[in-house]
Design a binder for this molecule. Structure first.
Ligand code: NZQ
Ligand code: ZN
Length: 395
């Protein structure tokens, strides 16, 4: 285990009816000028908006709405939110949505308190925000685990970069699994695969040898796989949604990362693929993961072999470590096909918005590869040429 410090997380209100419990407890002490942030309108269709507004009204809050936060939130949208906070004297932000809404608000919260441009501050000057407008998060689609960390993924359209940024940590998070019942199945599957990806990206980070974080991680991975299948079999099973929702938080609340340097190379590749194509995050990861792992299995064979037996239940009998490692990656690839996620960029292309750039275009892939961040926690540092090769193998 590497050395680590561990400090507080958001207060979590989990379970059916959690919103009322949470807001009745948190709103009396929260600011009186609230920025209510949400996405493209799903919360108006499923009733969550009315529920939130009723509670905000009951506690006498003045509400400024910040709507239309898109999947893969843009830096321009962050600036729009920061201007609303400043212009309306907002002193509390309530983010109601998925990773996109919560991420956008984490950076809005920081930018509103900074005079300088936060993108330049973080990526040019390497200065990170210290002051934030207080934030609460209500998760309506699970997968990213964004509600329990201070990371945010923002797309800078001008620079063609989708980057992880440091922003606010929510002071509380509301996790009501019933809210996820209205999420379209394709998104629900993609979100759950994102959770599995976060687990794998942590598990295959350094150190590779035995540690308690990896053993907990194996349990979470098995739980995601079992419940993802169960969700597809019975989309209305609230118990299954509960498991997946907490899995999502567990994968990104830092617990599985204690004592580890994480990998996240597949995420870095997906982020740049996303920057160029605006693809869905979980779908992009599904295409990339097996290809990346086929390149890296030989550099972390024992861990990939352990993944095969501990997570996929593959018997080591009669197999070399290398064969077992490959069998685990094959099982992952078969699972991706089974749950209906794309396995190739050609398949991913079918799911993009009409008019989106072509993810099978080699020139685009070259640019995406060359702008991908190479992560130090990966079993072996990839080169940009090898990332390009991986992407072309995904076509
Ligand atoms: O915009 P609305 O109309 O609300 O619709 C959303 C959106 O279209 C819909 N949705 C959300 N809740 C719903 C619902 N539809 C019906 N019923 C509900 N209850 O779901 C769609 C996707 O929402 P989005 O927030 O984009 O999904 P997700 O939570 O997967 O977030 C993806 C973003 O998070 C980033 C990704 O890169 C991507 O930008 N990530 C953030 C991370 C973090 N902060 O820790 C880690 C991840 O690795 C990830 O990179
Ligand atoms: Zn992710």
């Amino acid at each position: 285990m590497k050395t680590f410090q561990y400090s507080g997380m958001p207060v979590v209100y989990f379970g059916e009816g959690a919103l009322k419990t949470a807001l009745e407890k948190e709103l009396p002490a929260a600011g009186s000028n609230v920025l209510l942030a949400y996405g493209g309108g799903s919360i108006k269709k499923n009733g969550i908006y009315d529920e939130v507004m009723e509670l905000l009204g009951r506690f006498g809050k003045k509400v400024t709405e910040f709507s239309g936060i898109m999947a893969n939130p843009t830096y321009a949208k962050v600036q729009e939110g920061a201007a609303l906070v400043r212009g309306n004297g907002v002193d509390f932000i309530l983010a109601v949505g998925g990773g996109s809404v919560i991420d956008c608000c984490k950076i809005v919260s920081a930018q509103a308190k900074m005079d300088e441009d936060i993108w330049k501050a973080e990526f040019t000057d390497h200065v990170y925000p210290k002051e934030f407008v207080p934030l609460g998060a209500v998760t309506t689609v699970s997968g990213t685990g964004s509600e329990m960390n201070n990371g945010a993924v923002i797309t800078n359209e001008e620079e063609k970069k989708k980057n992880g940024m440091g922003g606010a940590m929510a002071s509380f998070a509301v996790l009501d699994p019933a809210y996820t019942l209205t999420v379209p199945m394709r998104q629900a599957v993609s979100g759950a695969f994102d959770t599995l990806s976060h687990c794998m990206e942590t598990y295959f980070g350094k150190p590779a040898e035995n540690n308690v974080s990896d053993e907990i991680n194996e349990a979470v991975m098995r739980n995601v796989i079992r419940n993802l299948r169960a969700m597809i079999a019975d989309p209305q099973d609230i118990g299954v949604r509960s498991e997946l929702m907490w899995d999502s938080s567990m994968a990104e609340n830092g617990i599985l990362k204690l004592g580890k340097q994480t990998d996240f190379q597949s995420h870095m590749i997906e982020h740049q693929l996303g920057a160029y194509t605006d693809c869905n995050h979980g779908q992009g990861l599904a295409v990339i993961h097996p290809a990346v792992y086929r390149h890296l299995a030989g550099d972390n064979t024992a861990k990939f072999a352990r993944f095969a037996s501990a997570v996929w239940g593959i018997s080591p009998e009669g197999k070399t470590q290398e064969e077992l490692a490959q069998a685990g990656i094959d099982a992952l690839a078969a699972f991706i096909r089974e749950i209906g996620l794309p396995s190739t960029l050609t398949q991913l292309k079918q799911n993009l918005r009409p008019g989106s750039p072509d993810p099978t275009d080699r020139e685009l892939l070259r640019k995406a590869a060359d702008s991908t961040i190479v992560t130090p926690g990966c079993a072996r540092a990839l080169t940009h040429d090898e990332i390009y090769q991986i992407l072309t193998e995904c076509i």
